[in-house]
Write a protein of this length. Sequence first.
Length: 572
Amino acid sequence: MAANPVQLSGLARRLVDDKLLEEHVARDASEEAAKTRVPFVTHLVQNNLASSLDVANSAAEEFGTPLLDLTALDPESIPKNMIDEKLIRANHAIPIFHRGNRLFVAVSDPTNRKGLEDIGFQTGVATEEVLVEENKLTAFIETYLDSQEGGGLGDLGDDDVDLDLEAVDEGGGGGEEDDPGQAIDDTPVVRFINKMLMDAIKSGASDLHFEPFEKSYKVRFRTDGVLHEVARPPVNLAPRISARLKVMSQMDISERRVPQDGRIKLKISKSKAIDFRVNTLPVLFGEKLCLRILDPSSAKMGIDALGYEDEQKQLFMDALYKPQGMFLVTGPTGSGKTVSLYTGLNILNTPELNISTAEDPVEINLEGINQCPVNHKVGLDFSEALRSFLRQDPDIVMVGEIRDIETANIAIKAAQTGHMVMSTLHTNSAPETLTRLRNMGVPAFNLATSINLIVAQRLARRLCDCKEKIDIPKSALLEKGFAEEDVDRGFDVFAPKGCGKCSGGYKGRVGIYEVVKITPEISKIIMEDGNSIEIAAECAKQGFKNIFESALIKVISGLTSLEEVDRVTSGH
């Protein structure tokens, strides 16, 4: 005879009524939480079944309990030594205020009456619960217990990881230890850093920032192009965290006065490794370290995964297979230029072609391609590497960035003498790229006859599946820049909502592109020394969509929001 299903009541029923959980999901979660002896709220948040904030809001309304934002509290200000670590962890609760004969205890599950009774029994003081978010409570407890251990980072529990770390010498480090794994015998710091590296990879972060301040130490991840604070280790651990990362990167740990560069290779499985490019910067209260994650899989996404519209993709592929000329990718730092170039190189990478790249530094190793790291200390810059390439009969040359007139002239000479040259510039649009090169001193004739295609790009955050439809008047859509035929035909506009599986309603990113083929008409404007406004007008006349117009297509497709379009295009 089958067991009777769990009858939903209290918080579980409220979450279903608030449409935060499906009934069968709430029932399964209740059964699993009871079976594993884990609080219901903790089970929901740990398994990404509901967001911590949504659960807390529903619980506060259901039980009439005040909701407090724990981030507003300093762990140093809470009552000390009233209860021990074992009781805190067993009940997942912690005292935060002591007023007269009452002790206010932070809990994430208002049904945790036994925890309050245990704490009241040990302290001999009447307890009163204060509701807080589950994820913030977990972080707050860890921070408090770390400070109680005399500056250590405490027990990382199930998140402890023993990673296979391999340092990569960047040529200027001079690390003092042969084995980075044995360089510093400081287990809490080692575990903390390993956990940060793994958390960054799991969350899809692009870089990590370790930042010392006068009274705090922050760790932030950049996820989907936006920075988020993820940890605040004790400030007195700053030198040890810095030293550990520098040793792992084969830097000189005794040198704190000048910036250094290094690299860490993290083997997360037998078949997959992820590189971290590490840079240190002396700041007022120590050293800031930035670790950029270089995931080789991002270079093999394929053209279809980048987000080009069909006509843009065709222009991209046509230019890629031309036997000679220049292929330029432009945009600000962090706009995905490197991934676009690597995608093109992977498409072209066949045994019949000799491909050479000059990069500063080489971010991702591409099998079958000759990658040359720029080394300014010995005089190997982009222009010198290009000169050497041309003596080795290359078919395709990639230059990391055109920064000066010398590099530009050599690249254009290569493009005019039977080579395909790919490179990047830091400009905001395709027309501005042409005027930037003219301002560098490149003759107009050389630009008009050598450049085949310019791709300007941005990365916008992609809406999660939890997105919600919003109503916007037709007049407002027209004023925003949408075409009248699109508005008349009708489409849905979505805004971020937020759930347990995304960050603020967004998950992942999508490319937004301006792809301009240099046509005879545009060449004529270049030859006449026209400005970027004139070039942009001709691009529009020929049907090449600019960044803003391409971004609006992503809104019509439901991939991103109007707020995100304003953020990445500066509101046009």
